[in-house]
Design a protein. Structure first.
Lengths: 112, 220
């Protein structure tokens, strides 16, 4: 392989314990085999990795999941959240759309 | 944590406070993942709060069939997320030397006067942009299609901007796959193949999991 692009996010990321093992172990990053994993990251790297994981959680739990509406819940499912550098702000739908961009053309939208 | 924290006004205030959100959403996630160790889970969106236990029971009774069906469908499956990033600067260099449209334009620029050359250069930049987008589309579509076949279901989400990812590369694909937990190896193999094929072309793959199936709860 000539001049491979550095895939820094494929390297040793701390595994988040989830208990159930997959062939790769716990919350894994499907990257190089375990024997390629480098030493545990430095403090600075760790904060960054934690932010990456937080982003993944936000991207799921804030935006997805079952939504219940109606008078049995007091939820804010209708609040539009926008995040700018991981700062969560309340904003209009238009701003959210603008920041989030569009999926690539020609993709199969998920089937019903 | 008191119920007051989740009154509509307080919750709105809390949601504007990143440290509150972080602490509680991690907790939300942790609880779900604990349950996931034992069985299929239907994760709810963060911030869904019921006024009383009686209301929870009411929901379970009303939606009994739907919840059961959804859980049955999710049983034995895991959500895996795939994010692909692209170093478009890398593209630019590799493409410019090869594409005929660019080579043509460069010839024109060399033979043009100063004024015209300026506009031709702009045109060239546009062409480069189009070529890059075409290639990225082609590559990410290939990646998505290859991994899609290892999955029972899939979802494409909007890409996240650099302000959010804090990366230098652009995100070009943000997808989720629902995969049978006995077939994770196929995903792994597919991903390894794609890495071999596309890393030199400037794509960076970030695949994480298993996650609770947030992206596959919409049917409830």
């Amino acid at each position: 392989m000539n001049n491979p692009i550095k895939t820094t996010q494929d390297k040793s990321l701390p595994l988040r314990g989830i208990g159930r093992t997959t062939p790769l172990g716990k919350k894994s990053y499907l990257g190089p085999s375990l024997k390629d994993r480098k030493a545990y990251p430095s403090g600075l790297d760790l904060r960054k990795k934690e932010r990456v994981t937080l982003l993944e959680i936000l991207d799921r739990a804030l935006e997805k999941g079952v939504v219940i509406s109606g008078d049995i819940v007091i939820s804010v499912a209708d609040v539009d959240l926008v995040y700018l550098g991981l700062k969560v702000l309340l904003s209009s739908v238009e701003t959210m759309e603008r920041l989030r961009g569009a999926p690539f053309a020609g993709a199969t939208e998920e089937p019903t | 944590m008191s119920p007051d924290d989740f009154s509509e006004d307080n919750l709105k205030k809390h949601l504007a406070d990143m440290s509150w959100v972080e602490k509680n959403i991690r907790l939300h996630e942790k609880v779900i993942e604990e349950i996931m160790k034992a069985q299929a889970v239907l994760p709810f969106k963060f911030g869904t709060v019921f006024e009383s236990e009686a209301n929870v029971e009411k929901l379970l009774k009303t939606k009994n069939t739907e919840f059961k069906a959804a859980l049955a469908n999710l049983d034995g499956k895991e959500e895996w997320g795939l994010k692909i990033y692209c170093n478009s600067g890398y593209f630019k260099d590799a493409l410019c030397s090869k594409d005929e449209r660019i080579i043509e334009k460069e010839k024109e620029i060399l033979s043009a006067g100063k004024g015209k050359a300026f506009f031709l250069k702009k045109k060239k930049d546009e062409i480069i942009k189009d070529i890059i987008n075409e290639k990225i589309s082609e590559y990410t579509k290939d990646c998505f299609e290859r991994l899609k076949i290892t999955a029972v279901d899939n979802k494409i989400n909007n890409v996240l901007p650099k302000e959010v990812t804090e990366k230098q590369e652009d995100m070009v694909l943000n997808a989720a796959f629902l995969i049978n937990n006995k077939r994770i190896k196929e995903l792994e193999n597919g991903l390894a193949y794609l890495r071999t094929k596309y890393t030199d072309k400037g794509l960076i793959f970030d695949c994480t999991g298993p996650w609770p199936p947030y992206n596959f709860c919409h049917k409830v």
